[in-house]
Design a protein around this ligand. Structure first.
Ligand code: ADP
Ligand code: MG
Length: 274
């Protein structure tokens, strides 16, 4: 499988497969450990642009480990396998390069940065991605940035006071998740991994966040929604559902699988598919 991949250089691949270009994320035989303990084993997933996938699983099954590994968190050690994005194995890249390629992660637990306003944070993020992708490009003029921010906030139906506040500082659970979605809207990624974007949200906040994600879904964006409960999938409709259990994907299917999980519970589904 890795014959045509230059592991040492880390980045270049050749695979002729259509999926390896065109912003698809192709994960093959991924095995990940933390402190010498294997957490993920033999993960295979193929998310094409324009597709919405849901990854469901009980607590501790390895959902956040997968999202953090894909973004390059240093705590997670890749034992073997590849994650090809746009023709390159991202597992060898620093996190900022992954982001510059169009990979985005919405955190399960977003961190606060007192002293840095949302607007400044977003401007820095937008400029650093634009600058990395095109070193000739000058930083976006402030007026243009604020116009873009206003447009995106209007699409997401967000209050304008939001962006003068310090990033996630004193934000409610719902506001933190809205802030993640605003980042996603501003960065316009090609592949978004949303780790339990629904956790801790009341029904109004859930609907708001789901509407925001739905407004960004389109033919140029692939989405992996990671969730414990089916609830968010009532609002964001995946075409594919995967169940993660003890670090392995035990079953994959269509949207009906999430309903089956709701009706029968994880144990029953896992028992029938182990
Ligand atoms: P999920 O997101 O599905 O709830 P996680 O990926 O957070 O699951 O955790 C998967 C497993 O890895 C759990 O058994 C958890 O205890 C373990 N784990 C996660 N992070 C760490 C860590 N930093 N150190 C040690 N074990 C960890
Ligand atoms: Mg988690």
């Amino acid at each position: 499988m890795t014959n045509n991949i230059n592991i040492k250089e880390g980045l270049e691949v050749d695979s002729q497969s259509e999926d390896n270009r065109n912003n698809s994320l192709v994960i093959k035989n991924l095995k990940v450990s933390i402190d010498d303990k294997i957490i993920l084993n033999d993960i295979n997933l193929n998310i094409k642009k324009g597709e919405v996938h849901a990854l469901m699983g009980p607590n501790g099954s390895g959902k956040s480990t997968l999202s953090c590994t894909l973004m390059g968190h240093p705590q997670y050690k890749v034992e073997s396998g590849t994650a090809m994005f746009n023709g390159k194995d991202i597992l060898q890249m620093p996190t900022n390069e992954r982001a510059c390629m169009g990979l985005f992660m919405g955190f399960q637990y977003p961190v606060s940065i007192p002293g840095v306003s949302m607007a400044n944070f977003l401007r820095m993020a937008v400029n650093s991605i634009n600058g990395k992708n095109n070193p000739e490009k000058k930083p976006m003029p402030i007026a243009k940035f604020h116009k873009l921010l206003k447009e995106k906030m209007a699409i997401l139906k967000m209050d304008s006071s939001f962006t003068s506040r310090y990033l996630n500082d004193g934000f409610s659970g719902g506001e933190k998740k809205k802030a993640e979605i605003l980042q996603m809207a501003m960065l316009e990624p090609h592949m978004a991994i949303l780790d339990e974007t629904d956790s801790g949200l009341d029904i109004d906040a859930l609907r708001f966040v789901a509407d925001g994600v739905n407004s960004l879904i389109g033919p140029n964006l692939g989405v992996l929604i990671i969730t414990h409960y089916k609830r968010i999938l009532n609002y964001i409709k995946p075409q594919f559902v995967h169940v993660l259990y003890k670090g392995r994907i035990v079953v994959s299917g269509g949207p009906e699988l999430s309903q089956l999980l709701e009706d029968q519970g994880y144990e029953e589904i896992i028992k029938n598919n182990e």
